[in-house]
Design a protein around this ligand. Sequence first.
Ligand SMILES: Cc1cc2nc3c(=O)[nH]c(=O)nc-3n(C[C@H](O)[C@H](O)[C@H](O)COP(=O)(O)O)c2cc1C
Length: 305
Amino acid sequence: MALDLSVKLGPLELASPLMTASGCSGYGKELDRYHDLAVYGALVGKSISRNPRLGNDYPRTAETAAGMINAIGLQNEGYEAFIKNTLPRMRGFGPKAVVNVVGHDFDEYVWLVERFDAEEGVAALELNLSCPNVKGGMRFASDPGECEKLVAACRAKTQLPLIAKLSPNVTDIAEIAKAAERGGADILSAINTLVGMAVNWKRREPLVANYTGGLSGPAVKPVALRCVWQVANAVKLPVIAIGGISNADDVLEFMVAGASAVQLGTILFVEPDAGQTIHAGLKERLIEAGVKRISELVGTLKPRA
Ligand SMILES: Cc1cc2nc3c(=O)[nH]c(=O)nc-3n(C[C@H](O)[C@H](O)[C@H](O)COP(=O)(O)O)c2cc1C
């Protein structure tokens, strides 16, 4: 049976529904040594800001039950170095290159979007609206008015497919999704990490120097599924699922719940070749289920019989 794993997310067409999640595998070269990256439809790089950032104090990651906490604090080399050294390589791996941008403030986001619009070989821009580990970093992800204004200002600066990445750390994620849609986003991605904490009681210390950090991995998958389902039902835009996705069945659960594509994050720390394993697993599952085109499964969740 000829299988079709391609997906279309509005203006963004991908040969495979698998993408990398920002911050979990660098910019391509970190994974390239493990397998042919053609199993990915797109690579999403770690958030890029205007100037280089050193990030938070160490330690910045800790393992927790079924997941991890990170408070990296958006360390990155900054726009100039990225376009000079990293973006050219990122474009060369085969999958489309998606640039994830983050700003300290409104103007920095808009500045970055305008600059990347002029760069060759950028397939889409993902706005990291939430930076839970950075002071004041939650405004655009939690206030619908602020979110809409920011997305609209970014929209005005680019023709590239624009992805708004949503945070689960809000009362009603559907409201924020609608605001991003009104602002002119083409695609929504969800979720970023959940604010969490881990403590060593004997030392009376937090496990990460920042005290709190973002929880990710299998522990967050049910929350991510709920968010993706709510968002997909609230907007007309295609949705990219992120959160604890670790195998082919996870991917298909999110697609049935409304996702058109998925991003792999924390699993890549455990199994750097997960993209390859999951891609093969998807083919097996589709054959078992007699489904030729993976896109047929998107949003097919129905009430229990
Ligand atoms: C170590 C680490 C660094 C991350 N850095 C970023 C980042 O720079 N920008 C961003 O938008 N998301 C970042 N994330 C969030 C992931 O892209 C993803 O949304 C989240 O981890 C949930 O997916 P997962 O459970 O599959 O990891 C980071 C996550 C981790 C674990």
